[in-house]
Design a protein around this ligand. Structure first.
Ligand code: PEP
Ligand code: MG
Length: 575
């Protein structure tokens, strides 16, 4: 009988395809003694040849999809495999110590890695150590008859199964072949889930055990709308999923008709529907889905997609492309939010017990380590500002002192550029994300100093409820409709309005169909969401009456005790 699993619905869509296991194989081995050292050396040569062939294929594919510069990383790996010094020493070790190729390989490469890693002031040698580590894994896998997963090499229709996907794994997935992904861990607001929505790949996260239950090439049916996975579906179940996929496509076609329509409630009130993006490439999706602006450009992906810190010019080009692409519509660019689940291989951050409560985002930007990086980003933004309607937003602001420090750097860099004769827009708004409860509580104070506030509910909810957004065991506490969250949101919106400022929301809650009526009632000005949620939200808003929604929101904030009470109220008010 087909096995069923339930997970957290992370990205809409339905797919049926075979499983591709994106799981690291077990590369453990025993050290053994050998008598035929020549045969052992031959095994090593075969594994080296296989690895080289594989790396050349990966290199060619990377060149096609990512460009020459990215592909060069693999040249370095191929060179390691051909390094006579390294290979010679491994062969010597096989011969003199009479050991199997696996242990000779490990012993010699470990030695090189520790020497290179020891040269702490030499980034070139550090990189070589990383290359040798990578290559050793590949050769070892070949010696053990196992294969390493290569998500970038997928060239047939599959459903990716993984324990977890990092944002950089997710970025490598090609929607043409990857029909869906399913993971053991994660929540609706983990970054891989957010990226799946912008890539329009159906996804289910937090199934806890998919990697235990499924093996390579097993058929899977995935419903990313409800969070259901069927392993080895029957013919009837496959037919059912195909039918559901057609129904979903028909629904999407209906929403598509609203692409060029104005966003308005039944009583004609306009709300801005903006999109969240991670790279300039996402603009196609924003324009294709009728986005009225960018409410959140997560610039950290610029840093994560690059082998080293992106230069001021690289950043300038990306920001200019987005501003020009949006042709005068507002673009809120968030300064980098590294840390949490987003790591940079070239920025050695210390390992932390609680990365989401740690050295992250603006905390890095305002520290000595991040100062140069932050100023470079601000300068790039200022230079790009003349090409559109730029708004700059600082993430993870906890105190007014932090905001003032960041604003001061903005003003300093602006003055410097102007002194250099560089043209800079005079109408850049500077605002903050409200995603730390401390900031939400004193939103009235912030409202006097900022130009806008955008509520980041992904973090605001995790911090308010003390529930890690990556941990599926506590994902039930991700409660956007909980009265405590609604009260915080109301306070932020009211505080902004009192000072004549606007309030937006760029957390996933902004596109949540149960939350939208409440947010309309609370008077949120701007809703920023995954581009793929814009049209269904436009459709929903056209059926809402603002006065009724105000009544609904008032009741939710004052009368409801629990999330369930709020959900019941919404279904009473929105038929
Ligand atoms: C948020 O926290 O709601 C947010 C939009 O930022 P991120 O998801 O990138 O942390
Ligand atoms: Mg956040």
């Amino acid at each position: 009988m087909a096995d069923k699993l339930k997970g957290i619905a992370a990205s809409d869509g339905i797919a049926v395809a075979k499983a591709y296991m994106l799981v690291q194989p077990d590369l453990s081995f025993q050290k053994t003694s050998v008598t035929d050292t020549q045969a052992e050396a031959q095994r090593l040569d075969d594994a080296l040849a296989e690895s080289t062939k594989e790396l050349q294929m990966i290199r060619d594919k990377a060149k096609q999809t990512l460009g020459e510069e990215e592909a060069q990383v693999f040249d370095a790996h191929i060179m390691v495999l051909a390094d006579p010094e390294l290979v010679g020493q491994i062969k010597d070790s096989i011969k003199t110590n009479q050991v199997n190729a696996e242990s000779a390989l490990k012993e010699v490469t470990d030695m090189f890695i520790s020497i290179f890693e020891g040269m702490e002031d030499n980034p070139y040698m550090q990189e070589r150590a990383a290359d040798i580590k990578d290559v050793t894994k590949r050769v070892l896998a070949h010696l053990l008859g196992k294969s390493l997963p290569n998500p970038a090499m997928i060239n047939e229709e599959v459903i990716v199964v993984a324990h977890d996907l990092t944002p950089s794994d997710t970025a490598q997935l090609d929607g043409k072949y990857v029909k869906a992904f399913v993971t053991d861990i994660g929540g609706r607001t983990s970054h891989s889930a957010i990226m799946a929505r912008s890539l329009e790949i159906p996804a289910i996260v937090g199934t806890k055990e998919i990697t235990q239950k499924v093996s390579a090439n097993q058929m899977l049916a995935v419903d990313g709308i409800h969070g259901d996975v069927i392993i080895d579906p029957t013919a009837d179940e496959i037919a059912e999923f195909h039918q559901a996929a057609s129904a979903y496509a028909a629904q999407k076609a209906e929403w598509d008709k609203l692409k060029n329509a104005k966003t308005a409630t039944k009583d004609g009130k306009h709300f801005e529907l903006a999109a969240n993006i991670g790279t300039p490439k996402d603009l196609t999706g924003v324009l294709g889905n009728g986005g009225e602006g960018i409410g959140l450009y997560r610039t950290e992906f610029l840093y994560m997609d690059s082998p080293d810190f992106p230069t001021e010019d690289d950043q300038f080009k990306a920001y200019k492309a987005v501003l020009e692409g949006m042709a005068g519509k507002p673009v809120v660019v968030r300064t980098m939010d590294i840390g949490g689940d987003k790591e940079l291989p070239y920025l050695q951050l210390p390992k932390e017990m609680n990365p989401f409560l740690g050295y992250r985002a603006l905390r890095i930007s305002l520290s000595e380590l991040g100062d140069g990086m932050f100023r470079t980003q601000i300068r790039a933004l200022l230079r790009a500002s003349v090409f559109g309607n730029l708004r700059i937003m600082f993430p993870m602001v906890a105190t007014l002192v932090e905001f003032r420090a960041a604003k001061k750097i903005f003003l300093e860099e602006k003055a410097k550029l102007q002194a250099e004769g560089v043209e800079v827009s005079e109408t850049i708004q500077v605002g903050i994300m409200i995603e730390i409860p401390a900031a939400a509580v004193i939103a009235d104070k912030f409202a006097k100093e900022v130009d806008f506030m955008s509520i980041g509910t992904n973090d605001l909810i995790q911090y308010t409820m003390a529930a890690d957004r990556m941990n599926e065991r506590v994902s039930y506490l991700y409660q956007p409709y909980n009265p405590s969250i609604l009260r915080l949101i109301k306070h932020v919106i009211d505080s902004a309005h009192k000072e004549g400022k606007w309030a937006g929301m760029c957390g996933e809650m902004a596109g949540d169909q149960t939350a939208v009526p409440l947010l309309v009632g609370l008077g949120l000005d701007e809703f920023s969401m995954s581009a793929t949620s814009i049209l269904k939200t436009r459709s929903l808003m056209s059926r809402l009456d603002t006065n009724l929604m105000k009544e609904l929101a008032e009741k939710a904030v004052t009368e409801a005790d629990t999330l369930e009470d709020v959900v019941a109220l919404v279904s009473e008010y929105v038929k």
